[in-house]
Design a protein around this ligand. Structure first.
Ligand code: ASP
Length: 581
């Protein structure tokens, strides 16, 4: 046997046993005639002890050893003189009688400790060393457990995990495709899946009425913090279902996960319509851990001479509880916050509700005490509160106030780690108008069905059509989304037309799906969860990168393996690709 135990399992019950351990040297300490080595593997750390009086030869042998050397040690388990209560093996040590170097190591470029001295980029370049550290190891273990729990739950409910191909024709999810040239079909390209959307729908047509897959997806999007060009989805689809069936099934999954992974009994997942989410939180993924809901103030603030409000489509405010004592500097700080280019508001109006029942505002010139009182009443603000108001074009103002609300939530400590608010956002609009290109885009994707009662206005009033589409949101993060699908060829063709696709384009991109609709397509629907994000959220962590074994950096590069990289002229020739000079 190469090793008899791992470095995480020996304890007082093993005293006097002869054991062999393998692992990496975490630390070497010399104390007089004794030398101690902390030996580490995936499972833990065990102390090896060397006594120069009893065994001078071994002590000589280990002199050149350094951090991260891989060794094998044999010896007797003995009770430790000074015990370490912090680790499971802390009661014992191994009095080593034989040691073997399996492989020496260079000094690692950063310390392999829970808190490393290496910067992000350096640790990414040596990810295999970074993965030796406990925090990352624990994250990957967490990810593994989560995937097992998901598979258990889905399996229990009769879902089949079916793999779908990676080299495919484009599946639109609103991003650019990564493409792969085909050598045997010169001039032609595969796309990597943005999602298995088409295939899971085809599986429904094939009769596999409950499908799921934990699957890699690829989206060539502009770089944004914490986006990965390849990421993992828990992808699911069901036949003969309505929206309610899908919501119930996956609410069950989320509850199962919270119970198994976090031992939390989640209350019933609340639902909010997209329209209400926008109205009360200015976001389709509200962080509902705290209230501070938007209050529309058009009717109480548009009657005086204040042009900014009078010309605005929307005047809307939030109440920051107990913030009436904000200093001039703090208030200016909030104005600066909303004026930052990322938010882009022109200003912020505040009303302070003083303890004595009077009001003070930044627009006292325009509004009298009664006006301000009416605003406070409408907002439900009390003495001691601060009302923050923004105005302008509706959607823009909602988004800006959403940022301010989240910022205030942070400042007031209302976005507590370890607290979870899970929501279904439902009744999304089917389409979204884009000013720049002057056309509609599918809000979810083009396979999403309009609500049956809205189908008739698909062409006449597309902007008003809602969909049976839903998102699952946890603490302000979109964790998943899906919809009931179109399963009728004619309706799908109408949809493509509303999206401005020519018949030629429809044929080229979607003929397979459209054809399949002709051979008995069951009504179906489903959703997909972002698995990396789910791992991060459940761990109260901001970064999905920490839950991916080998992620890309912020420039979409794998600096460890040096990808992407140039390829040889020979390969280019074979693919018949000519690079522009
Ligand atoms: N394919 C969709 C996505 O990737 C999810 C779904 O509609 O099931 O967002």
């Amino acid at each position: 046997m190469y090793r008899t135990h791992t470095c995480g399992e020996l304890n007082a019950a093993n005293i006097n046993e002869e054991v062999t351990l393998c692992g990496w040297i975490q630390k070497i300490r010399k104390l007089g005639g004794m030398t101690f080595i902390d030996l580490r593997d995936r499972y833990g750390i065990t102390q090896l002890a060397f006594n120069s009086e009893i065994n001078p030869d071994i002590c000589k042998q280990i002199e050149p050893f350094g951090r991260e050397w891989v060794i094998r040690a044999t010896g007797k388990v003995t009770e430790r003189y000074s015990k370490n209560k912090n680790i499971p093996t802390g009661d014992i040590e191994i009095l080593v009688t034989n040691i073997e170097v399996l492989n020496p190591s260079q000094v690692p470029p950063f310390t392999i400790e829970d808190e490393s001295d290496g910067g992000d980029e350096l640790r990414l370049k040596y990810r295999y060393l970074d993965l030796r550290r406990n925090p990352l190891k624990n994250n990957l273990l967490f990810r593994h457990k989560l995937s097992i729990e998901i598979r258990n739950y889905m399996n229990e409910l009769g879902f089949m995990e079916i793999e779908t191909p990676m080299l495919i024709n484009s599946t639109p999810e609103g991003a650019r495709d990564f493409v792969v040239p085909s050598r045997v079909n010169p001039g032609e390209f595969y796309a990597l899946p943005q999602s298995p959307q088409t295939f899971k729908q085809l599986l429904m047509m094939a009769g596999y009425d409950r499908y799921f897959q934990i699957v890699k997806c690829f989206r060539d999007e502009d770089l944004r913090a914490d986006r990965q060009p390849e990421f993992t989805q828990v992808d699911c689809e069901m036949s003969f279902v309505e929206q309610e069936d899908v919501l119930q099934t996956f609410e069950g999954l989320i509850r199962h996960i919270f119970k198994k992974i976090k031992n939390i009994d989640l209350p019933k997942v609340e639902r909010i319509t997209w329209a209400d989410a926008m109205r009360y939180y200015g976001s389709d993924k509200p962080d509902a851990r705290f209230g501070m809901k938007f209050v529309e103030l058009n009717d109480v603030l548009k009657h005086r001479d204040f042009k900014v409000f009078n010309e605005a489509e929307l005047v809307v405010g939030i109440v920051a509880k107990g913030c009436a004592n904000y200093s001039r500097k703090q208030l200016d700080g909030l104005t600066d916050f909303v004026r930052r280019p990322q938010i882009g508001a022109s200003g912020l109006v505040h009303i302070t509700c003083n303890q004595d029942g009077t009001f003070k505002s930044s627009v006292d010139k325009f509004y009298n005490a009664d006006d301000l009182k009416a605003v406070a009443e409408k907002c439900g603000a009390e003495a001691g509160d601060l009302i923050l108001i923004m105005a302008g074009q509706k959607l823009k103002t909602q988004k800006q106030l959403c940022e301010l609300r989240l910022e205030m939530g942070n400042r007031l400590g209302l976005r507590k780690a370890g607290e979870y608010k899970v929501l279904w956002v439902i009744d999304f609009p089917l389409l979204e108008w884009d000013e720049e290109t002057q056309r509609y885009y599918a809000m979810h994707h083009p396979f999403t069905a309009p609500k049956p009662e809205h189908e008739a206005m698909l062409e006449s009033n597309p902007g008003e059509v809602n969909a049976n589409a839903y998102d699952l949101v946890i603490n302000g993060n979109e964790i998943g989304g899906g919809s009931i699908r179109i399963h009728d060829r004619k309706l799908q063709q109408r949809m493509f037309k509303v999206l401005g696709l020519s018949e030629e384009e429809t044929e080229r991109k979607f003929s397979c799906l459209l054809n399949a609709f002709q051979y008995g397509c069951p009504p179906h629907g489903g959703l997909a969860f972002g698995f990396d994000r789910l791992c991060a959220i459940l761990s109260d962590c901001d970064s999905i990168r920490d839950f991916i074994a080998f992620p890309k950096n912020n420039a979409a590069r794998d600096t460890m393996c040096n990808a992407p990289s140039i390829i040889s002229q020979e390969q280019l020739d074979e693919l018949r690709i000519e690079l522009k000079k």
